[in-house]
Design a protein around this ligand. Sequence first.
Ligand code: ADP
Ligand code: MG
Length: 622
Amino acid sequence: MENTKEKETHSFQTEVGRLLDIVASSLYSNREIFLRELISNASDACDKLRHAALTSPSLVEGDQQFSIELSIDPKMKTLTVSDNGIGMNHDDLIETLGTIAKSGTKAFLEQLGGDKEKNVDLIGQFGVGFYSAFMVADQVDVITRRAGEKEAWLWSSDGKGSFTIEPAARKERGTTVTLHMKKDAKEFLEEARIRHIVRTYSDHIGFPVRLGEGTLNEASAIWTRNPKDISAEQYTEFYHHTAHAFDEPWLTIHNRVEGVISYTNLLFVPGMQPFDLFEPERKSHVKLYVNRVFITEDAKGLLPTFLRFLRGVVDSEDLSLNVSREMLQSDPKLAKIRTSLTKKVLTELKKKAEKDPEAYAAFWKNFGAVLKEGLIEEAGLRDRILPICRFNSTADDALTSLADYVSRMKEGQEAIYYIAGEDKQKLVHSPHLEGFRGKGVEVLLLSDPVDEFWIQHVPEFEGKPLKSVTRGSVDLDTIKSDEQKPEEKKGETNGAVTDLIGLLKAELGDAVKDVRKSARLTESPVCLIADEGEMDANLERLLRRHGQLQASAPKILEINADHGLIVSLAKHASDKSGSAEEAIKDAAHLLLEQARIADGEAPSDPVEFNRRLNRVMALALE
Ligand code: ADP
Ligand code: MG
């Protein structure tokens, strides 16, 4: 069929334009990576077609041998990368080679600033896929034909704001990318140089990469090889390719499992947080292969969502090639793989945590909050997840495990104490910790939002209950103190304090659930406590933010009977003069509001708060 459509000119999406400016103007010492990017795309295209052919075998009729061919034309000064993968049609071209869909590239652009050298560094870290071709070429032509379609297209651009698309001729499906090399990029027209680059960056590619007669790479899927024969660099290159990532993997887990169900896994824990880690979809990114045929990138059911930071490949010959993705999800064989993979990963993490706590701390910083989701969603795995969880605590700056916390518990201490809030720094200064600090009792500082939720599913560890210091009563008297403090004079003001408590209760009414003497305060006059079994301020705040809670419940106001201010107020509790009564009323509200402020809340009535504060200040100055 003759193609009569005419040449069209399109502008790049604004972001692409910006990206191209930077790419083109960067004298980038590592620009050889453009070839890695193009070969990576060619390999992805072959994977995609092989997968599509599972359901439509006619797509690969006549040509089942996938390969990637390189060729150099010294006269024309061109380098060509050609594949017989899935190809692109007109709309694909506009969508993929005119815009940026990848979140990684978007994030890259967000980090760009005016500093050119820094930008160049960033390109190295992120890679910019197809567009990296413009680092070495001043014109790029893409001739492509989508498998199963008859029309072929030529996409062409000088990387300066626009591209053209016009009908073209191509006998077979696939894509040919031709780079017209810049004057300063002639080195990439030398065979030896190209061979070297392919071996360095693309050896792991599962399809043959050819130049002339020779095949340049190993051309067998890397995960099928013996781990002994794979270098750290090769693992890293494969990780970059398969995860579209540019950091160093923090951990590589490559092994083969033989049994009722056999499979191979090559999994990576990234060294950096992937961009979509906290997106609501919580997508998995481990690729599932069946007998080396790519099936899907986000196999539901292959791994639990709390391991969604993993990248890499799982390949099993025991799954059926012809099942749909939906059926796959409920395949009991997949569930078996999931169970065994999950255990394997948790075991490897445990080993790392024990062997190299410092390195583990880096992992924990990136992925601890995600891992803790497992405590909520995977009841059966709690016993495996809890021991590899790490926590900040008041003991020192290093992270601690629950087991280590327990080993440091004071004589007479029954519970594992924690405080949850949004900001570790603020938590450290919370009045709720004063009594614990005084006694030398360690408190865990939980500052991930997920903490409030898993803790509801984990009542205890090794028989020790987990207890919030902002909830319920606390009995610090039974805990032996480090140093024997001189017994403080107590008791003489007792009656007066009881009177004061009565007055505060009467004045505050429904604004508080109760007013009582505190066992946990040593420096601050007051704090707010949630009653046993009720929500404390932090949890209420989290729920309110997600629209799951309207009003918060009244709290218990605890007062520090040894604090100078409370002692003075107590002295006036029996004073029936009008001015003393007024002063106590103001004090009642001011105490409640200051306790709220210490919890990170705003005063419930800021205007009234100011009025009372001003009145008290004026009195003090009289
Ligand atoms: P990424 O590979 O991370 O998606 P790229 O910028 O490298 O980003 O490529 C953009 C898109 O262009 C690819 O996702 C793919 O859809 C398309 N593409 C690029 N090269 C090819 C090719 N050789 N065959 C088919 N599609 C391709
Ligand atoms: Mg790519």
